[in-house]
Design a protein around this ligand. Structure first.
Ligand code: MLT
Length: 330
């Protein structure tokens, strides 16, 4: 989707040196002159959507323009990332993505974009624990019982996820690798709708981020087995870690970051980074994150440099694990 060109940018296009105007038709000094779209690669109502909407409001206030959230679902988040990679680098289309940005290169041999080459990083946002959860009447009561149950019932147990490239799929893959069991996966456009089906008893179990599961677990609408972080979390103090409960190899934290197309001028990236810093220091954001089992990253992580370093480190970490599994998104 292409945005209409603002008047100041039209003026910029008439200048002799387009380079002075930065990437595409952008006028970095005047940015932002109109509404900004935050593109979320999964369904509305899910964890990425929740994180995005929480930071969108204070960022909008700081940038002085409306920030609208657009959910572009499909192919485990790769459709949305491909769409933003193809946009003009004018700062008006911002991708909010998570760990999936680092797993996609291993999962998709023909990925339409290169996460490191086709984007500029803006800054990290938050690191969200995952939980292993089940439908309320699922037989196993503990993680140990779940492992035994899936081993005995591998043909019938269903594992929900948000498609190949989603955090839920990566966590499910780690469970399958740790148990040596190949399960029937049920893909959704996001874990928002997957969790609704889980609570309704349509699928057996899944991994999902605390930003989606804490409220449901506290209300006992779903069953919880473990949290996938090295330490227990304050929002769910009774939930053991995967290491405590018998699956030490299933450890994953879902980090989030903001991206813009690679030709976006640095001045625009800096404005987005500054606004993100303000959003992550907002007490309302901090409190809501805490309620959902997470915290904003430290301020020194809200930079393009820290974000790029994290992306590179995570691509190096996950690519061999994914290649060894043989899983591919096509
Ligand atoms: C979502 O927003 O639906 C998720 O982040 C899905 C996932 O990656 O598991």
């Amino acid at each position: 989707m292409r945005r209409q060109i603002p008047l100041a940018s039209l003026a910029c296009l008439t200048m002799l040196s387009l380079a002075a105007c930065g990437g595409g038709d952008a006028d970095p000094a005047a940015y932002p002159e109109s509404e900004i779209t935050f593109v979320v690669p999964f369904a509305a109502g899910g964890p990425t959507d929740t994180v995005t909407r929480l930071i969108a409001e204070p960022m909008s206030k700081e940038l002085g323009q409306q920030v609208v959230v657009q959910n572009v679902e499909g192919a485990g988040g790769t459709i949305a990332a491909g769409q933003v990679a193809d946009e003009d680098g004018d700062g008006y289309q911002v991708l909010v993505h998570h760990i999936g940005m680092s797993t996609a290169p291993g999962l998709y041999p023909d990925l339409a974009y290169d996460p490191l080459e086709d984007f500029k990083t803006v800054g990290l946002v938050t690191d969200v624990p995952m939980t292993i959860v089940a439908r309320p009447d699922f037989e196993p009561e503990t993680l140990e019982e779940l492992i035994a149950y899936v081993e005995e019932n591998a043909d019938t147990v269903t594992l929900a996820n948000a498609g190949v490239g989603a955090a839920s799929q990566l966590c499910g893959l780690l469970i399958e690798q740790a148990t040596g069991v190949d399960l029937t996966e049920v893909p959704y456009d996001g874990t928002g709708p997957a969790l609704t089906d889980l609570a309704g008893g349509q699928v057996d179990f899944m991994c999902d981020q605390t930003t989606n599961t804490v409220t449901q677990l506290q209300a006992e609408k779903i069953k919880g087995y473990a949290v996938t972080t090295p330490e227990r979390i304050d929002a769910l103090p009774d939930l053991p870690t995967t290491a405590e409960a018998g699956l030490p190899d299933v450890e994953v934290g879902v980090w989030h970051g903001l991206y813009v197309p690679a030709d976006t001028p640095d001045e625009i990236v800096q404005k987005l980074t500054d606004a993100l810093k303000v959003a992550l220091a907002d007490q309302n954001v901090i409190d809501k994150f805490a309620d959902l089992g997470t915290t904003p990253v430290a301020e020194d992580q809200v930079t393009p440099e820290a974000h790029t370093a994290k992306l590179e480190e995570q691509i190096d970490l996950w690519t061999p694990i994914i290649e060894e599994s043989g899983v591919t998104g096509g």
